[in-house]
Design a protein around this ligand. Structure first.
Ligand code: FES
Length: 578
């Protein structure tokens, strides 16, 4: 967005146009900074660092950002910069409905425009709760100013009667036990008070921990930043160091495009597999890559999944939690374990390569970060399936599914909506067997809307009571990164726009073969044609405001669910100042 000339003098800084010139407008800008109590010595000739803070009373994962931002500012001041903090949408995974994914692109747009429109030379992004990471980064990629990401860090381990509890993963597990009558109301209430013990993001390898780790692998954080627990004092020191570093990056003119290369995204895909990370990361990485002008496809994920086993022994794929991962050596040690599979020459915001950033890192707990030769699971962390049910692909986590579902044929039990599914799933007279394939339609990007995390459909109560804990489930929805089971997700194109999923009826046979990467509906061509001819597109789910814009521009899962107009077009010019 600004001319690519490395600044060597204050006059070369982008903010100089706002603050350094002798115009009427610059007079106004300076006088308004003085209105806040700043003096010329605070900002005159200094790099202005914007700090985008996603703190909110509605986001418990970012509760510490109110204080942590002071550490970031301290670092900026130490390095001779001038920090200015401004808020952006908090996207709390736990509170925002119907789903934060509806608003990921909203935050991405807000981030891009905040950066472009304001008198800043570089930016610190403070995020971590699920969609905040990709959203902030997507916006910053399009804005293209020197950028560093400060991850929120995982919360402490949960605690329940002396046992470590993991966000999400253990909730789903114990909820099924409760539905089966195996857990008392008192124990359930005790768990409610023990599962989230501190600020910070979910401490399983859910979407938050996955995406912050991938931000680090991409080179957008300081080395080791993503694994530091939010409540550890190292987190404050990392935040201050990030403030110092971004100020230096401004003088070095080190921008996202210098870091986010095809090789960097390849590294992120590799790390995703070895982390046993969230399926959501597939969508977010594709969206981020496309913002950077890189055509990352589902095939790349599948190819990497076949080569790279899961070595991070973290729930839901493994046994431990993010606090253990930090004590085991954190992401630097993980990268060192994975070094033969990564391109270590990629640059990072630290000014060193990925290899230099992880040099000398040791694994202290070998069962938490395994060797490639002794992976957590013999199954892949991800598989991309295609077939007549998902011509543009869908994803599944073989390592999280019961073995028998990796090759399965069974009758569909299909639901047109989440409400229809919820009304039926606990009925004792539901006609369902453990071999049925539960199918949820109209939960995709446009149909959800926003592709909610409904893909881990509940096991019918009558089967839960019989001890059934996994079934093959199929939808155009996503699922939480903390979830598990034989869930086939992200079916593209989605049912709501007339994808083949729309034509599945209860009783149809569905075949999944993970080894062959196939998913098919066993229905005769003529019958499918008949059903298609009868299909009518449902009316838009949201017909005004942001929802209407979302419906008009959202893309499918295989291309990252970005808005079409955000992924195309020439870079915008600098704003005029008149
Ligand atoms: Fe914020 Fe899980 S709810 S990271």
């Amino acid at each position: 967005m600004s001319p690519r000339r490395r600044p060597t003098r204050p006059q070369d800084l982008r903010s100089h146009r706002w603050l350094g010139v002798e115009t009427l407008r610059a007079f106004g800008h300076r006088s308004r900074l003085k209105q806040m109590g700043y003096d010329s010595i605070d900002f005159g000739g200094k790099p202005v660092v914007g700090v985008i803070n996603t703190w909110s009373d509605l986001n418990p994962c970012h509760a510490h950002f109110k204080q942590r931002v002071e550490d970031v500012k301290r670092g900026v001041l130490q390095a001779g910069g001038f920090p200015l903090e401004f808020p952006a949408m908090a996207l709390a995974e736990n509170f925002l409905k119907p789903t934060t994914m509806l608003y990921r692109n909203f935050l991405a747009m807000e981030t891009e425009e905040l950066i472009r429109a304001n008198p800043i030379d570089g930016v610190v992004l403070m995020g971590g709760c699920d969609k905040t990471t990709p959203a902030l980064i997507m916006g910053a990629i399009s804005a293209e100013l020197p950028t560093i990401f400060v991850p929120a860090g995982p919360m402490l381990r949960g605690n329940f009667q002396g046992r470590a509890l993991g966000s999400g993963s253990d909730v789903w597990k114990f909820w099924d036990e409760k539905r089966a009558g195996a857990i008392s109301e008192e124990a359930w209430a005790e768990m409610e008070s023990g599962i989230a013990r501190s600020y910070g993001v979910c401490m399983t390898m859910g979407t938050a921990a996955t995406m912050t780790a991938l931000a680090e692998v991409l080179g957008l954080t300081l080395p080791g930043a993503s694994s530091i627990p939010a409540a550890d004092s190292s987190h404050s020191r990392m935040a201050a160091a990030s403030g110092r570093r971004v100020t230096e990056m401004i003088w070095e003119d080190l921008r996202p495009s210098n870091i986010l290369t095809e090789g960097a995204f390849d590294n992120a895909v590799t790390a995703l597999m070895a982390l046993g990370g969230s399926t959501n990361a597939v969508i977010h990485l594709i969206a981020m890559a496309r913002r950077a002008g890189i055509d990352l496809t589902l095939d790349r994920f599948d190819a990497r999944a076949r080569e790279v086993p899961v070595i991070a022994n973290i729930r839901p794929a493994g046994a431990f939690l993010m606090e253990d991962f930090y004590y085991a050596g954190g992401l630097r040690a993980f990268i060192a374990r994975l070094d033969a599979r990564l391109d270590l020459s990629q640059r990072t915001v630290a000014g060193v390569t990925l290899g230099e950033a992880s040099a000398g890192a040791q694994v202290h707990l070998p069962d938490v970060i395994r060797r490639l030769e002794s992976p957590v699971s013999s199954h892949e962390g991800l598989a991309v399936l295609t077939g007549n049910l998902a011509p543009r692909g869908c994803v599944m986590k073989p390592s999280a599914a019961e073995e028998r579902f990796l090759r399965h044929r069974g009758p569909a039990l299909a639901f047109d909506s989440y409400d229809a599914m919820a009304a039926a799933i606990d009925r004792d007279d539901l006609d369902v067997t453990p071999d049925h394939v539960l199918v949820l339609k109209n939960a995709g990007p446009e149909g959800g809307p926003g592709m909610p995390e409904w893909g881990m459909l509940p096991i019918p109560k009558k089967l839960v009571r019989d001890g059934v804990r996994d079934m093959l489930r199929l939808s155009d929805a996503r699922m939480s990164g903390t979830s598990y089971g034989a869930c086939v997700l992200h079916v593209a194109p989605e049912a709501f726009i007339g994808g083949p999923l729309a034509f599945v009826q209860s009783g149809d046979q569905i075949e999944v073969d993970v080894a062959r990467r196939s998913i098919n509906l066993v229905v005769a061509e003529e019958e499918m044609s008949r059903r298609k001819a009868l299909w009518v597109k449902p009316p838009p789910r949201l017909s005004r405001g942001y929802g209407a814009m979302f419906a008009a521009h959202i893309q499918q899962a295989d291309t990252g669910c970005d808005f079409d107009f955000l992924q195309r077009g020439e870079p915008l010019p600098e704003p005029e100042i008149h």
